[in-house]
Design a protein around this ligand. Sequence first.
Ligand SMILES: Cc1ncc(C[n+]2csc(CCOP(=O)(O)OP(=O)(O)O)c2C)c(N)n1
Ligand SMILES: [Mg+2]
Length: 660
Amino acid sequence: MGMIETKTANAIRVLSADAIQKAKSGHPGLPLGCASAAYELWANHMRHNPADPKWVDRDRFILSGGHGSMLLYSLFHLFGYGDLSMEDLKNFRQIDSLTPGHPEYGHTVGVEATTGPLGQGMGMAVGMAMAEAHLASVFNKDDIKIVDHYTYVLGGDGCMMEGLSSEAFSLAGTLGLGKLIVLYDSNNISIEGNTDIAFTEDTAKRFESYGFGVFQVEDGNDFAAIGAAIEAAKADTERPLIVLHTQIGYGCPAKQGKASAHGEPLGEENIIAMKENLGWESMEPFYVPQDVYDHMAKVRESLKAPEEEWNARFAAYCEKYPEMKELWDQYHDKDLPKKLWDNEEFWSYEDKPQATRNLSGELLNKINKVVPNLFGGSADLAPSNKTNLKGEGDFSKADYSGKNLHFGVREQAMTAIGNGLVLHGGVIPYVATFFVFSDYMKPIARLSSLMKVPLIYVLTHDSIGVGEDGPTHEPIEQLAMLRAQPNFHVFRPADAKETAAAWYSAITSEKTPTALVLTRQNLPQLAGTGRDAVKGAYIVADSAKETPDAIIIATGSELSLAVEAKELLLKDGMDVRVVSMPCMDLFEEQSPEYKESVLPKAVRKRVAVEALSDFGWGRYVGLDGATVCMEGFGASGPAAQLFEKFGFTAERVAETVKSL
Ligand SMILES: Cc1ncc(C[n+]2csc(CCOP(=O)(O)OP(=O)(O)O)c2C)c(N)n1
Ligand SMILES: [Mg+2]
């Protein structure tokens, strides 16, 4: 390898160190340690075109160790992603800059996934590789392949320590995702010092046990060795791991190999020493030699060819297989699910008591007839979550065309994979487990919201209605937890019509993930419910009076209690309004006029009924209102008896209204 490669990798080091120094914060260790490997991968092995960052068949690259964001930004600047300028690098970590502290999807051109919470990038990469494998098996023909790309993920010791990576790679091994290439930045350092203090496993052996092929690169600055490992990994049709033995903070004599290189600026003097050590031409901050830019212009030019070749291939494919082109367009038509609004079958239901999880399962299968690219499953609870797509095969190593995913008992990996599937594009994924185990999904769901990724969460067994399994399995605070998360729609539907509305909202959502919180037990079909559920809250049974005597607000299984309580109260001369509020978040998005029409400020006697924690209801019931909610954990016993025991009866609701 020539001088210019080394010089370009050093430009990545210099830009990263200078930007972090100027910001007075950041993480130089990873960018310095991985500069050579990243340059080699991006310039000589990855099929990507900075001139068209959204090209569908590009190789994906995820920086799972998001703290090393300056590595990405330096690459973007040199490769020409989104014209990320020197000015942008100088604004690293400043408000509204294109170079925030950690890479943010949708904010900076070229960022494939928001990363920073360690381990999650690893899971998202597995999801992207699964999407590729699935779409390839659906669309590729023997003579023309139109889906054919790799997913590269780079993560360090921290990502390997996080349990999420074990979940994700264990599944990747089972699925034999040969086009997932994991690059492990093995520098034996994390924040507290040498990894020996807490992490002595043999990671290579661990991956071998998952069924990965392992390639070692002894010197993380040996371009030829890195390149050879990448090509060997590509040729490995199973699941390759490349262990890059690197030195954190490489190039900076006072810092390299030390934990102090991890997460603080190197210091002015150390940067000068680094530049001298690297033989840099100028001590001027942010100086990049012209020959590096000249070289990168040539590299950028060379990166255009694969997409041009793909465009020709895709055109030939469309001509030869017009019916497949039609299917391809359906897979990529974001508006297709909106057709469900006028689909009578979708909204139809049998008028008998039904569990909303069963209704959800039926709706999912109805959607599958209209929306061809549903792709999802459960963390080993599909029979309970009712998430199976009937007549569709299983996604497996033997057959990637199956649409039913089996995540195993791995809620974290499942959720990160779900995010990766959405980010990849081309499929509409859903993930499922018991509602109580949303605790295991929460940190990953948070990234769905942050990235504006509309992943669908099917969460069944939504209250003490779980019954005999008892308090370990009965959610209490999970509803409040998910409602507290910005940009997350939590739906708790009460019957068939509301469950359909919830699914409609979830599958047409473009920027917001949705949780469908569903019952295990049967619920009656109610008269006043309807599609207005998509507004988040609406009146299901009104008072005859212009100003109701009181308002009862309920969700899900407790809505029927509210309606019964209204009847009881009428006998006592009180005429109340019943409001169903299946989705607080969507109600908050409505106009002030609509909100006032449903919950008039003048009516201060308000009771909220929900068999979960009352946290959050204060906002709607106010100081003069009350709640009928769970105060502690549930108990083990038949569900109907538990509702009695914890006071979820129409009588108690009516009494509570009268007490105001
Ligand atoms: C889930 C999570 N826990 C903790 C952190 C805080 N954190 C950021 S980097 C880091 C150490 C990472 O070590 P390593 O991956 O080896 O990176 P290196 O120091 O080699 O750059 C920690 C604990 C985090 N970002 N995410
Ligand atoms: Mg490390």
